[in-house]
Design a protein around this ligand. Sequence first.
Ligand code: FES
Length: 582
Amino acid sequence: MSENFPFKTLAELRSRRWFADSGMRGFAHRQRMQQQGWRRADMMDKPIIAIINTWSDMSPCHAHLRERAESVKKGILMAGGYPIELPAMSLGEVMVKPTTMLYRNFLAMEVEELLRSLPCDGAVLLAGCDKTTPGTLMGAISMDIPTLFCPAGPMLNDRHVKDGITRSIGAGTHTRIFWDDYQAGKLSGSELQSLESRMTRSPGTCNTMGTASTMTAIVEALGLALPGSTSIPAMDSSHSRMATDCGERMVGMVWEDLKPSRILTRASFANACAVQMALGGSTNAAVHILAIAGRTGIDLSLDDLDAMGRRVPVLANLFPSGDRLMEDFYYAGGLPALMKTIQSELSLDALTVTGQSVGHNIATAQVHDAEVIRPLNRPVSTAGALAVLRGNLAPDGAVIKPSAASEKLLRHSGKALVFDSQPDMLAAMADDMLDCDENTVLVLRNAGPVGGPGMPEWGNLPIPKKLLKQGVRDMLRLSDARMSGTHYGTCVLHISPESAVGGPLALVQTGDVIELDVARRRLHLAVDDAELTRRKALWKAQVSNYQRGFTQLYQRHVTQAHEGCDFDFLQGAAGTPEPVIF
Ligand code: FES
């Protein structure tokens, strides 16, 4: 147990407010727990540990989380705690429409209020598929009880044999590659059908460096997951043992009162940003990490991410920046080995859930395969995992992932082809008569936090079918949407402010010239100010289709991409009073 913090006494446990009460309420609370088989002593002398479980039948990445919850319970019981399992919204990335991002804040609210309204002394978060990680974490951080993240882990690799060559294939990245090949007539229908049933080989999250693996790694770098835990494949036996370790360690954290507010500092966020860059992580992290920091009151901005992107090269040779998968990353030493490689960029004295520092946790880590975790002098890319662009098209910022873009397009000028909706855009892309060429700049708007709504992952606009047939595989694309972390291409994303609230993207017309210069961090609409002022005077906001319910709440309170897309009323570190118990 850590010597950093004083032990908490039994009398100070939060759950005692429910169970140690000598009045009728305490009687009723104890009575109702005994109704389901608890012994009186269990709730009187043990910390109560919540296991927030985002399992569901519509979340294939979390198919194994009911079993893992049992492993967590085992660890809690062995350490002298009492586990309670609490289901939370599952958010399976592929199934939830219009987008899981619409519900990230919903999940965060659910987790915070579950932990607040029930007698929980600590929380183990079972999550991993994209938004479930920031969602559960944001809620737990706002509640600020001892919290440990238990990651779902990535799925196993698959192989594809074509023309006698065997290639590793991963979820997400290859879905787009194979679909484009199919559209271009380079892949048969039967090959595509075979891939459909094989590419996602096991339970677990996407096995490329998509949003899931990016965000779980960021949580580990923040100090809120056990060292190495986020790299373990979901179906490896050590994954179950890791879950047991999470349960066991959680009980210790309760007695040490090791809360997120004691772990998270500006230094730990800087560590997380450095890890994101070295991993070649998802652009989605730019939104989520700002939202997480926003819950702590720690000042973090897009400029901090851009500065780290300039300093730390991509070292992890993982799709979509590289050509390996998460299983390979695990065998190569996993995240501790990567962090050891970039330790000169890390604050090694930052505290973690182990009660020890980052430096202590990675002291013995080793790289076992330097092709997967490259040394600093032989990076996968020096172009950077993230660059923040500004200009008259994005006064508050936009992002691009240079390491997964085409080098020749990082400085580009071309005429815009503008779409106001996703269905219009998709229909046009299938039109063999579409007026465009490889230099055209594809623009999609009304896809931001308010306009989407929920800022869907539409930012990787498909290449027009007629150009696919000509062999074109990348074009400059712009939007106020996000892009799946598993995808690639020269896509400028998260343009802020978004078009639906009157950002300059709303004023672009087909035929306008757009200029991108990533080295200078510049995104410019070559239209003079007087003309833009004239267009702005004519612009009218669209009336929302959502006049009731959660989506109306979302559209009213979501912040812009450069602020993390949290709800304005959930930001900040001010505590919410504990519930009155009577
Ligand atoms: Fe769940 Fe990609 S769909 S992590």
